[in-house]
Ligand binder design. Structure first.
Ligand code: CDP
Length: 205
């Protein structure tokens, strides 16, 4: 069975949590595509190689590093993500992941628009910037990262502006995406809504 779910949206909107829950519920493989850009960004911090060469040489082990979730790496990722050659280097891997047998869910910024324009389900998950920053601040604090709400809010806003404003694969909802605004929702409510939307398109139905 081939079944692809595309989830896009701005920084810290809850795409990761929702994607993992959908993957578990429908037994789909999950790819957090932000991790690819974060891994390129992290490696570029210590390397003189051009970012597209780093992207071409990315290995599964690079995605397992435990230092990819910081705001500094997110900013590096967002800067490199505007380079067309970097994005091009990552396309084939994402598309073949999307076509795997048993179905797949990918979350990112351009999944429903560029990577999988024919996805079976497209969701665009968002929330206002302060809500997203508060969630990300809680998440980072729980992991022991020393940061402040204002720093996280500034990171979220800077990345949103850069990701939405770039020429190549800008962050935008696909015309046929269903919008989920999670501002007033608990994560459980957002997950439940997303699962209902996927259920309606699931092949068994
Ligand atoms: O987890 P969070 O929403 O904060 O960010 P992420 O999904 O890990 O993505 C980090 C950065 O990678 C984003 O700010 C984008 O610049 C870039 N990205 C992208 O350009 N395209 C994607 N499909 C996924 C991420």
């Amino acid at each position: 069975m081939k079944f692809t779910v595309a989830i896009d949206g701005p920084a810290a909107a809850g795409k990761g949590t929702i994607s993992k829950a959908i993957a578990a519920h429908f037994n789909l493989a999950h790819l957090d595509t932000g991790l690819l850009y974060r891994a390129v960004g992290r490696k570029a911090m210590d390397s003189d190689l051009p970012p597209d060469a780093i992207a071409h040489a990315l290995t599964p082990a690079d995605l397992l590093r435990d230092d990819l979730r910081t705001a500094e790496v997110a900013q590096a990722a967002s800067r490199l993500a505007s380079i067309p050659e970097v994005r091009a280097a990552l396309v084939d891997f994402q598309r073949s992941f999307a076509r795997r047998n048993g179905g797949a869910i990918l979350d990112g910024r351009d999944i429903g628009t560029v990577i999988c324009p024919n996805a079976d389900v497209k969701l665009y998950v968002t929330a206002d910037a302060r809500t997203r920053a508060a969630r990300r601040f809680a998440e980072l604090s729980a992991k022991g990262h020393e940061t402040s709400f204002d720093t996280v809010l500034a990171d979220v806003k800077a990345r949103d502006a850069r990701d939405a404003g770039r020429t190549e694969a800008p962050m935008v909802a696909a015309d046929d995406a269903v919008l989920i605004d999670t501002t007033g929702m608990s994560i459980d409510q957002a997950v439940e809504k997303a699962i209902r939307l996927v259920e309606a398109r699931y092949p068994a139905n």
